[in-house]
Design a protein around this ligand. Structure first.
Ligand code: TXA
Ligand code: MG
Length: 349
């Protein structure tokens, strides 16, 4: 398929937005930027269109899609909005927060992958907002990567994965958040955090103190039953196997250096993933060092994370050694993605 590709380098071009909206109305698929990661969109209420998303991404059919809106009135798509969920919307929308609620029959089971719930998000990015507005309805959109790959956070990575597989790709620079939205489930009581993101557990609890997050339980359920089915697959993964090192900075450093030497002796192409400041520590011309961003700036690390993971593939790296962080604030989301990228191959030192 010929993919129409448009990168807004000098602001949004409304003519192209209208073209993209028409493609969606005709049941096509369009990749577009959001503030979290790029998404692959289709008419959320059109089963055939939604099916094209699954096909293009190679996404398992039991993995539900979230829908993107620009209007606060959700009454057509969800049965009810609990008061606390409403307060979260008032606080964080538009922004990187997805709320799962009981869906109405208008939302096809294809979109929700057979579940009686649907995730709803109001994105903040101008191109995303213009597209949803021009389309005039909810857009179903998972991250715009081939299933299992790190989510694309810029136009180039989107094209890399989806050129020839989708009708149109829109671009407008780097996603400013860089991690997929925080997902909370209000179809259960008490509400649960299912996927940590830039809106942190602490942020959520300031609005709703009853919010529960049980990482081990969430992970176990993800692997067993289709609550958040997307998470049972190896996710966000670069091609090379990755090991994640956790512990005190000095110990981590030592362990990574040791492992690095070992793999180099085996003739492997070794990649090291760590904050910028650590570059001097892993100063070895035989390895590929990829910077996560500034150590003290978790927003910077969030923004760079997926692009960094993809850089290892560009260099044909065979083994990736990554530093981890104490899981406070946004680092909880960063660690969630790193653990998945490593397929939980974690060394505690
Ligand atoms: O930031 C984001 O959320 C991006 C942008 C494009 O908006 N989208 C995104 O979608 O990350 P996706 O499909 O890659 O991740 C959504 C996750 C999946 O793991 C899916 O299984 C889970 O949300 N999910 C979707 N609907 C659900 C539901 N009704 N119940 C439980 N989990 C659900
Ligand atoms: Mg995804």
């Amino acid at each position: 398929m010929d993919t129409i590709k448009v990168n807004f380098e000098n602001g949004i071009d409304q003519v192209e937005i209208l073209k993209a909206a028409q493609i969606l109305k005709d049941g096509g698929v369009v990749a577009f930027p959001t503030e979290t990661v790029y998404g692959l969109g289709a008419d959320a209420l059109n089963e055939e269109a939604v099916q094209k998303i699954f096909r293009a991404k190679g996404r398992p059919q039991d993995n539900p899609l979230i829908i993107h809106v620009v209007e606060e009135d959700l009454s057509a798509y969800v049965q009810e909005v609990p008061p606390k969920a409403q307060m979260l919307m008032d606080t964080f929308w538009p922004g990187p927060l997805t709320i799962i609620l009981k869906k109405t029959d208008l939302v096809p089971l294809k979109t929700s992958a057979g579940l009686d719930t649907v995730g709803v998000r109001m994105p903040e990015n101008d191109t995303a907002k213009a597209l949803i507005k021009a389309f005039g309805g909810p857009i179903a959109a998972p991250s715009a990567n081939i299933s299992g790959r790190p989510s694309p956070t810029n136009y180039r990575r989107c094209v890399e994965d989806l050129d020839g597989l989708v009708d149109m790709i829109l671009g407008d620079g780097n996603a400013i958040v860089g991690l997929e939205s925080t997902i909370v489930d209000y179809s259960v009581e008490p509400p649960r955090l299912l996927r940590p993101g830039f809106v942190t557990l602490e942020d959520l609890r300031k609005v709703d103190g009853s919010m529960v997050y049980d990482e081990a339980k969430t992970r176990a359920q993800e692997e067993e039953i289709p609550k958040a089915p997307g998470m049972k697959y190896r996710h966000y993964a670069p091609k090379a196997p990755m090991t994640l090192f956790l512990g005190a900075a000095k110990d981590v450093e030592e362990a990574v250096l040791q492992e690095m030497e070992k793999e180099l002796l085996l003739g492997k192409t070794v990649g090291v993933f760590a904050p910028e400041e650590r570059k001097t520590v892993y100063n070895n011309k035989n390895i590929i060092f990829v910077s996560m961003g500034k150590e003290e700036d978790l927003a910077d690390i969030s923004r760079n994370l997926f692009e960094g993971l993809r850089c290892f593939d560009d260099h044909g790296v065979e083994v990736i050694l990554s530093e981890g962080f104490p899981e406070v604030g946004v680092a909880q989301a960063i660690m969630n993605r790193l653990k998945k990228a490593s397929a939980f191959n974690i060394v505690e030192v």
